[in-house]
Design a protein around this ligand. Structure first.
Ligand code: HAM
Length: 450
């Protein structure tokens, strides 16, 4: 087995195929396969419905961009400073795999100059070189939404409501919403100074692992998960005390809107988020069911200077991104949004060589029936077992007798709830097949409902 001490050293890359070497997914990445993948498809479908109703269109940006696009997230942040997958292509362009999408959305806005408000949603893989653990991966997947071109506090409410509605739709209940305001550039400067002064006084109490941040990035002290640092952060000056009249009024209007829509929230003045571009509103939904180190299922906020920093006109923006893997961990913990069952309704058994199964499954699928079959000309018994395993409600049996007579044998197998049908099998002319199937489905569903 590969990886055991007795395994000889790997052959050079070019010889891998010849040597029959087996490969695994890189650390921190996963394959997504059925049936779990059915859950992702359903999750996306639910989000698409909500985003569409709220007027958001789908945006797809490249998986890699010029590294400068992501530098604007903040050189001092972990995401840019420590975790970015960067590389030079064959023409020496310095590129990076996207660690998040907001910078790409702003780059796209600056490039295409669409009319505003520009309301877009996105989904896909993102990459951060982090230490993998449950809920933290090197390739993870986000769904997000952004509104560019308005500073209206109601746009903040609309964005937060979209995320809240999504959680509600998939049945998640224990995801409290925390909100804060980072004010504007003046607020950040004044607050940054007050925070630095305070942290320098308390430097001795800060966890040694966090001490270098006091100089380098004092805001990052506030979201440390280390107990000693948390105790210092708890007594730190609060940014909400440094808001000017305009940003305070904006924040008040956001909170008023959330309350009007019945969206419960709590103000958390330490919520400064891990990316540098935020101004005014910031927010997070944290899953009470997950471990505190990875409990943020959705984070977002305003970034009124980012489009300009990427060469576009001054353009305010607000958005969020949620981590699909983490969201599904929270669903598991709450026992909601199960893997959907994806079973055939009709299973075709062909004991005469397979051509009838080929044609019948095609015919049934073309009228919207989920039909399937076994391959490789298996025995009647093996095909019957496959039909049973499939969970299909009806088996269609075609042998040489049926082919000669132009008929199909219809055998009800089970009701939709799995119960037995008590219905006898019947052989019908091919021309009557669809009508017969409809009648049987109606009967099975009616019985299932009683
Ligand atoms: P973020 O907080 O860096 O924000 O990431 C958003 C979410 O992505 C996190 O709350 C988490 O659920 C998920 N996530 C992040 N890193 C990982 C990882 N390594 N493994 C698994 N899940 C992860 C942003 O990305 C901003 N672009 C959000 C935003 C949009 N702000 C304004 N608009």
């Amino acid at each position: 087995m590969s990886g055991t001490p007795s395994t000889p050293a790997s052959p050079p890359d070019g010889d891998d195929a010849a040597a029959g070497k087996s490969f695994r997914t890189p650390i921190g990445t996963h394959d997504l396969a059925p049936p779990e993948s059915g859950r992702w498809v359903a999750l996306l479908g639910t989000f698409i419905g909500l985003a569409d109703r709220a007027g958001f269109g789908y945006l797809q940006t490249p998986i890699f961009e010029d590294i400068g696009v992501f530098a604007r997230i903040g050189e001092g942040t972990d995401v840019v400073g420590k975790e970015m997958y960067e590389f030079f292509d064959r023409s020496d362009r310095h590129l990076a795999l996207r660690p998040e999408c907001t910078a790409s959305v702003c780059r796209a806005f600056a490039q295409h100059r669409p009319t505003t408000p520009w309301k877009v949603w996105y989904q896909g893989p993102f990459f951060r070189y982090e230490a993998p653990q449950a809920g933290r991966y090197r390739q993870f997947h986000q769904i997000g939404a952004e509104t560019l071109g308005t500073d209206d506090a109601d746009a903040d409410v609309e964005i937060i409501a979209l995320a809240a509605e999504f959680f509600h739709s998939i049945g998640l209940q224990r995801v409290p919403l925390l909100v804060n305001s980072m004010g504007d550039a003046d607020t950040r400067a004044a607050y940054g100074e007050a925070l630095s002064t305070y942290l320098q006084q308390r430097a001795g109490d800060v966890d040694p692992e966090d001490r270098d941040k006091i100089e380098r990035h004092p805001l990052r002290i506030l979201d440390s998960k280390r107990a000693a640092t948390e105790a210092v952060a708890a007594e730190a000056p609060q940014i909400t005390d440094y808001l000017n009249a305009e940003t305070a009024a904006h924040f008040e209007r956001v909170r008023e809107g959330l309350t009007a829509l019945g969206i419960e929230h709590r103000v958390e003045p330490k919520l400064v988020r891990g990316l540098d571009y935020y101004t005014r509103t910031t927010f997070e939904f944290r899953a009470a069911s997950l471990d505190a180190a990875q409990d943020t299922v959705c984070g977002g906020g305003r970034y009124n200077g980012l489009v300009e920093a990427l060469g576009g006109p001054p353009t305010p923006g607000i958005g969020f991104a949620l981590g699909i893997e983490r969201l599904l961990l929270a669903c598991d913990a709450e026992g909601v949004f199960d893997v959907p069952t994806q079973r055939a309704e009709v299973w075709v058994i062909d004991t005469a060589g397979g051509a009838a199964a080929r044609d019948l499954t095609h015919e049934l699928r073309s009228v919207g029936i989920r039909a399937d079959r076994a391959f490789d000309d298996r025995s009647m018994r093996a095909q019957m077992r496959a039909a049973d395993r499939s969970g299909a409600e009806i088996a269609l049996i075609v042998g040489t007798d049926e082919i000669d007579a132009g008929t199909v044998t219809v055998r009800p197998l089970r009701r939709p709830d799995g119960g037995s049908t008590g219905m006898a099998q019947q052989t019908v002319p091919h021309a009557d097949l669809l009508g017969t199937l409809r009648r049987i489905f109606d009967e099975l569903n009616a019985e299932g409902g009683t």
